[in-house]
Write a protein that binds this ligand. Structure first.
Ligand SMILES: [Zn+2]
Length: 211
């Protein structure tokens, strides 16, 4: 019973914080919400993990309306999953976003689940299966690493590369390229030790530049 009261208290705190947030925005700019109601013009699609420590707006000091977001466990896009693909398609075709950031992170629970696949079950197992497959393809490299932290970090990077490759293979991505619209898809790793994003240089331009 006490935990239920605590949970309710926490939600009430969130609602109070929301009221304070909205009040402060209007105090500084009475038209703030009218403006964001009338238009949505984000410049980037951020594909990140659901992990509570990886909130894109908080990490980048961004305001409402500036980042279009897809979040799920393991910052994934899967060919067989229309939800994740629909977000990317909406970003490209309707919001005209041509910069996509795929952001993995250290200490990712989804990556740990893929590494410890025998202990994973149900929908989580199905969802992290593509990450498990990346591990199996690269087991000889990953298993050589000394600590679990290093193995999780390496697989997180390889999973980001997988997602970048999936997006590059999508039909509407290729259609856009054929019509002269270059979609810039790049991968990053967020360090939970430092709060900093590391550029993994996975976009095609970087490859052509030899980086
Ligand atoms: Zn994660």
């Amino acid at each position: 019973m006490s935990s239920l009261v605590t949970s309710n208290d926490y939600i009430m705190n969130l609602i109070t914080s929301n009221n304070n947030f909205a009040f402060e925005k209007i105090r500084k700019d009475p038209n703030y919400f009218n403006n964001i109601y009338n238009t949505q013009d984000p410049k980037v699609l951020w594909i990140g993990c659901s992990d509570s420590r990886t909130s894109p707006e908080v990490l980048t000091n961004s305001d409402l309306g500036s980042i279009f977001v897809l979040r799920n466990i393991g910052n994934s896009v899967i060919l067989e999953d229309s939800d994740s693909k629909a977000v990317v398609q909406y970003a490209v075709e309707h919001l005209k976003i041509y910069d996509i950031m795929v952001v993995g992170h250290t200490a990712c629970g989804a990556v740990k689940a893929a590494l410890n696949f025998n202990e994973t079950s149900g929908d989580i197992a199905s969802w992290v299966k593509p990450i498990r497959d990346v591990y199996l393809e690269n087991a000889c490299i990953i298993d050589e690493l000394e600590t679990e932290e290093e193995r999780v970090t390496e697989l997180s990077k390889l999973n980001v590369k997988r997602v970048v490759d999936v997006i590059n293979s999508l039909e509407f991505y290729r259609d856009a390229s054929e019509h002269g619209k270059h979609i810039n898809v790049n991968g990053f790793l967020l360090s939970l030790h430092t709060g900093l994003l590391e550029n993994l240089h996975l976009n095609k331009t970087d490859f052509h530049d030899g980086n």
